[in-house]
Write a protein that binds this ligand. Structure first.
Ligand code: DOR
Length: 459
């Protein structure tokens, strides 16, 4: 009897077999080879059925789905002295992040179709990972932004309910309502109440970074989240609460009748840093909006992430130069970089027993892809894009300044020893980062967000 010869997978000269990796399947690690052709996972099996043009030996490494970061600031156009689309997506690739959603508070801000189109054009040929751009809400651009819905490379509307970096602001319910009524895609929201922030800025002294959590307190956050969740039910529009920082906001989300309607995000820095220690040690480098708060809040964020109240992790990668951060508080800008450290920090948490690899995949790939209906993304599954990050869980090293890809050149986690590092990052089957080096030409493409699922109130 003659056995049929296995077909070479398609006609793709770049087809690739990743062999010997441990793959996270549900809550277990299994040794499975990954067959990739035409940028897509073809098969995952102990022994591949098809043959592939090239082989990558991944023995000893763990394969996770490439990470999706739904909150990053890449500063182009206008603020390229801090970061640009090339340097920011280099940081992403070096950190195993293969899709980024970029924020609109650039100069000029991304508030119309032409500014959004300009960003997509700038990213083509320069972005090392896949991307989509948000557009920023203003008092009168809801109709303009509705015209972007469904366009490839459009991440949706971003609303600043409270002032932060830049000029974007929609402080009132009428303005937020107008945006929620106009369109169907999930709307990302910086939920701090502007009236409360102004009151605090008039009354609370600002002498040192330790004052930051009092000048943007939990009441500012909960007032805005409460207003937003009411408007979300009124309009039945999916919303995404960015950078949740407090136990109180978690409770509001936990009690909300429509969990799939209102998703919540937490940053690694809010999960791993707490006041006052972070301000003692890092000074202005720890200042961001909304602030890093006390240990009680930090622990409540972990609990809410573990029980599903918080949907996913996003970094709020917000680079500023060291010179800008050196200005005395409160004149220093708010924000810190995070793209390159997201995965190493989480792998280190897994090594310490604080989370599992399956949870990392859920919080950083599967849930972002589900919440925003990102086509082709979200898991190591046949038929989806072959975005893969191969990690050495035993590697222990400190992040050193030479390894930092972001133009800002620093990280709040510099010098910290972490156990577990990405070794290879693959974007749609192409190696974009290998053993400490960026590889090849930037291949990032705009991603398409599908129509949101019909929304059902309830969990
Ligand atoms: O700390 C922050 N920095 N929070 C924001 O909302 C914006 C960001 C930035 O763009 O610098």
């Amino acid at each position: 009897m003659t056995m049929p010869t296995p077909a070479l997978s398609g006609a793709d000269p770049h087809s690739l077999a990743i062999v010997g990796a441990q793959v996270v399947v549900l809550d277990e690690l299994r040794q499975l080879d990954i067959g990739i052709a035409d940028g897509v996972v073809q098969e995952l099996a102990p022994t591949l059925q098809q043959t592939y043009a090239r082989t990558l030996n991944a023995r000893g490494l763990v394969a996770l789905p490439g990470l999706v970061d739904t909150q990053v600031h890449l500063r182009e156009p206008g603020l390229e002295h801090k970061e640009d689309l090339a340097t920011g997506t280099n940081a992403a690739a070096a950190g195993g992040v293969t899709t980024v959603f970029e924020m609109p508070n650039t100069r000029p801000p991304t508030t119309d179709q032409a500014a959004w189109q300009d960003k997509v054009q700038r990213a083509l040929g320069r972005a090392r990972v896949d991307f989509a751009f948000y557009a920023g809400a203003t008092a009168d651009n809801a109709d303009e932004l509705r015209g972007l819905e469904g366009r490839t490379g459009y991440a949706g509307t971003k609303i600043f309910m409270g002032s932060s970096t830049g000029t974007l602001l929609v402080p009132d319910d009428a303005g937020v309502r107008a945006h929620l009524r106009s369109g169907r895609m999930r709307v990302a929201v910086h939920a701090e109440d502007e009236q409360r922030l102004r009151q605090l800025q008039r009354t609370v002294p600002a002498t040192r970074p330790h004052d930051h959590p009092d000048r943007r307190d939990t009441l500012a956050a909960t007032t805005a989240v409460r207003r937003l969740l009411d408007l979300c039910i009124e309009t039945m529009r999916p919303v995404h609460v960015l950078h949740v920082t407090s136990a109180d906001e978690c409770e509001l989300l936990r009690q909300h009748p429509g969990r799939r309607l209102a998703t919540g995000e937490v940053t690694p820095q809010h999960l791993l840093l707490s006041a006052p220690e972070c301000y003692d040690r890092l000074g202005n480098l720890a200042v961001m909006n909304p602030p890093i708060r006390s240990e009680d809040h930090r622990l409540a964020l972990w609990a809410a992430l573990r029980d599903g109240t918080l949907t996913l992790i996003g970094t709020d990668h917000a680079p500023h130069t060291m010179a800008e951060k050196a200005r005395p508080y409160p004149d220093c800008p708010s924000g810190m970089p995070g793209l390159q450290t997201l995965l190493p920090l989480l792998l280190d948490q897994a090594a310490r027993g604080n989370c599992s690899l399956a949870e990392i995949a859920r919080w950083t790939a599967q849930r972002p892809a589900q919440a925003f209906q990102i086509q082709g993304k979200g898991g190591l599954v046949p038929g989806l894009d072959a975005d893969v990050v191969l990690c050495d869980l035993g590697a222990e090293a400190a992040l050193t300044p030479e390894r930092v890809q972001s133009r800002c050149g620093w990280s709040p986690f510099l010098g910290q020893r972490l156990r577990g590092w990405p070794v290879y990052t693959l974007l749609r089957g192409q190696i974009v980062f290998a053993e400490g080096q960026l590889v090849g030409a930037p291949l990032g493409r705009p991603v398409k967000l599908g129509k949101p699922l019909p929304i059902m109130p309830g969990r």
